[in-house]
Design a binder for this molecule. Sequence first.
Ligand code: BGC
Length: 756
Amino acid sequence: MNIDRIMQELTLEEKASLCSGADFWHTKAVERLDIPGIMVSDGPHGLRKNKDIAHDPNEAIEAVCFPTACATACSFDRTLLESIGKAMGDQCRHENVSVVLGPGCNIKRSPLCGRNFEYFSEDPYLAGQLAAAHIKGVQSRGVGTSLKHFACNNQEHRRMSVSAEVSERALREIYLVPFETAVKDSKPWTVMCSYNRINGVYSSENKMLLTDILRGEWGFGGLVMSDWGAVNDRVEGVKAGLDLEMPSSWGKNDKKIVEAVRAGELSEKDLDKCVRRVLELVEKAAANAAPDTVWDKEKDHVLARRLAGECMVLLKNDEDILPLDGGEKIAFIGKFAEQPRYQGGGSSHINSFKVTSALDAAKEYADVSYAPGFPLDKDETDEKLLSEALQAAAAADKAVIFAGLPDSFEFEGFDRRSMKIPSCQLKLIEEVCKVNPNTVVVLHNGAPIELPFVAQVKGILECYLAGQAAGGAVCDILFGKVNPSGKLAETFPKKLSDNPSYLNFPGEGDRVNYAEDLFVGYRYYDRKQLEPLFPFGYGLSYTTFEYSDLRLSHSEIDDDRILTAEVTVTNTGKRAGKEVVQLYVSDKESSVIRPVKELKGFEKVELKPGESKKVVFRLDRRAFAYYEPAISDWFVEYGEFEILIGASSADIRLRDSVYVNSAARLPVKFTLNSTFGDIKACPDSMKILGGVLKHSRSVEEAADPHRDGEDDEMLVGIGDETPLRSIISFIDDPQVTSQRMQAALDELNELIASQQ
Ligand code: BGC
């Protein structure tokens, strides 16, 4: 395709037409100029390719459903995400799909977001790393991705109009980081803007987001498409850098673009930029098409089972109730044993070509009895089902209850109302525990739930929504073939009201105030010293690990150098297993409000019994930085930082400190409204201001309380909080004037500027 030539030959109408879809899933073709249309499909944990658009744009071909993002995040394993991506890439090629719509990397701000199952984590570093790995996998096969939903789509309530009111620091340090990481590390072919507004501006017409940050700062070179129906004002969208509107708006918005260009309200240059990016995407897709790629669904099903086993999180295992022994009498209870909830509902819903339930897979290990226990279609205790379940539980050595959230509780398009699972399931668990003390609960949900039975049951296995082979993977773990190695990618609070977003979710009217600011997830629980039910990064194994020999490459480092941290991990148990080693950075001397610690590295290591391995982390400048609005950039403050190595965010095993030298200083400009304390803290200030204040005893005392042996802390305290303008008026001295003080401040400000 000769894009330059095509750009010259396209009419204005054709250009406008290329900026929106042909239908639900295709871009437009321009036959006259041999420009083909390409197909895009959801995504992201399986292929939801439309079967027949004329019949139903939402009916999908049969495909393979891999574990969803809420599950894969718990693997803390970049290679796992990459392998799902590669498999997806091959499937897309086989099906002639050029771009798969995902991954979604929005932050799990509240456990209630109806779409949490499609998102990775409450932590931006983890979410970014995993999204980047997924993209790498898909795109290594010559298929594009659409990183979504850019940005701040953290709830479903009024998702198409709500404004996320978020501070600049929280936006940069929490909500944009996963996108930034994925864009910089993996160069997704496309990015999908979100439905909502951010601080009042629709993402689909947000120039700061789509152009200044995404392209200008992060160097994104691909295409931006709208979420399905996210366009508010198409002309503003073109100006802001929204290249492609999806799906089709049936010519209505194309017409508006043409009119705006003709009326001189939209520059054709801006339109050309969008058109060129559409053409570049089409060209890339055409160059990579390979419909003869083989798609072996059975092979992918086996992969889905293996990967699901890497994601599940063992939350409790008292008295080593797990793994089960095939020789024991085991009862499987709960409808999810037969019909697992393995994916969420909505646009990511995959038409699985087959599903393995735990009941099917158990046959490979034991002869288990089964009772459905509760109905799935309503939250009502069915006495007959309950009594059958109790009989089965009483007759067994161990009871395994398969519980969780049904689709009616958790689905794209609405938020959950509470953190509870259906009450009929809670009753079942309570009653089963009474007849069988050896009870294990297996959970299927996309985000944290309340676990009122935590003390009653001996084991809890959190499966999340683990894909179509979930049942196989559950049995592999329950019966000990696979040693669990997942760790929570989000905090499980004891109750919903402990969650930091609680007071501001889902907001009022069409605004939601992100008042918890930076303190999302463990950042909040840490800072508030609030003990969660299960902390971020937590998960058990059938073996044990010991951490030793933390070595930092430097005890003091300039902020432009790489700090290396090495740690040895040893499997001290009797089974082979995998451990997720986590590195957190803590700023010990920050002058701004920061989280107690933040995840800045993780590695998953596989160890045989008795084996030790060294894990190496490399930390660059960004690992120490916070976003400083005063300079609109990341900033590293000099001072002491601690490097923490943990098995979870609440289980720090080793720590050491490093002093970071940073030459950078924030611009300071003192005014008459600066407090005396702030000015005093600046070297040389008293030399300069002293000239003006020299007759003032109270100011001299405030500057040096130990003068004359006095020690008046109160005076210092009050003086420090007082602005200069007030000090000037308090002093009964005609020499101490605002004019003289301003002149001294100018001199001080100049000196500071010359030192920066
Ligand atoms: C969802 C997107 C999805 C698109 C196409 C939208 O409603 O928000 O995530 O990719 O539909 O199905």
